[in-house]
Design a protein around this ligand. Structure first.
Ligand code: G3P
Ligand code: MG
Length: 267
């Protein structure tokens, strides 16, 4: 049983704006620069992706391949941390970010500490039985960040495994967009006993929100960069949105008023 006073997923004012891969509209995704900007923009929460290197170090990175953000063919799982650290993942975004490195999860913990709520997405989709969940849990324990993190994944097994090690930290099941995400959004998905469901924004409607709120689940929708969609989701009563552009979401939110509705407890 989760103690809702013990994790910032529950105590932050809702809807929570998550800087998706950091403030990734303004800085290269999943880098310290993107997380630093999210802090400067007063974003309450950040989302990041984690995977393992060949030598089993937890790094913050999104893609299966390094090509999109480095121009080089290869993938993280076949590289050691020393090799990963040589990659420049800033230049593709803007020359002002030349030399930006892929951070380890520990470097991000050291940088953010408890300044933000951190949603850690476990990205071991091609290697679902690797020790990523256990290694991430151990780092959360080492940095004593149990109250400031929660976990998400499209892989329910990874969530069940990490929950075993850190039962007091919430887990969120990510649901793929559209028909493919039906099992995750249905009763089947609930078998992993999640605290939050993370659907694609196009799968969110009033019925979906009412159903999950009745069950005590939080609903955080990904990834919304368009003002009218944000407005629709806020009006429907989502608990959070993931966006590459946190100031856009914050500015919109500041113009909206939901008298008596924005509670800090979904139950
Ligand atoms: O966690 C929300 C979102 O990040 C899931 O998709 O591909 O951006 O990691 P992706
Ligand atoms: Mg992600």
């Amino acid at each position: 049983m989760i103690d809702k006073t013990q994790n910032r997923l529950y105590t932050l004012k809702r809807p929570v704006i998550f800087a998706h891969r950091g403030a990734s509209a303004y800085a290269p995704e999943n880098t310290l620069a993107a997380f630093e900007l999210a802090i400067k923009q007063n974003t309450p929460a950040v989302e990041l992706d984690v995977m393992l290197t060949k030598d089993q170090k937890v790094v913050v990175f999104h893609d299966l391949s390094i090509e999109r953000v480095t121009g080089i063919k290869g993938n993280i799982r076949q590289m050691t941390l020393a090799e990963v650290k040589k990659l420049d993942v800033g230049s593709y975004f803007d020359s002002a970010f030349e030399g930006e490195r892929i951070p380890t999860l520990e470097e991000v913990f050291d940088f953010i500490r408890d300044k933000l709520l951190i949603n850690i997405e476990l990205k071991n989709y091609l290697t679902p039985f690797d020790p990523l969940p256990e290694l991430v849990a151990s780092l959360v324990e080492k940095w004593q960040l149990q109250a400031s993190v929660f976990f998400s994944s499209f892989n329910p097994i990874a969530l069940i495994r990490i929950k075993r090690q850190l039962p007091q930290v919430p887990i969120a099941l990510l649901a793929p967009e559209g028909k493919l995400g039906w099992p995750a959004r249905s009763r089947l998905g609930e078998l992993c006993r999640y605290q939050a469901i993370h659907p694609h924004y196009s799968d969110v409607n009033a019925k979906f929100i009412a159903l999950h709120h009745r069950k005590g689940h939080l609903i955080n929708a990904y990834t919304v960069n368009n003002v009218s969609t944000m407005r629709l989701l806020f009006d429907l009563g989502v608990d959070g949105v993931f966006t590459d552009d946190p100031p856009l979401a914050q500015t919109l939110l500041n113009t909206l008023h939901y008298p008596g509705e924005r509670k800090n407890d979904s139950s």
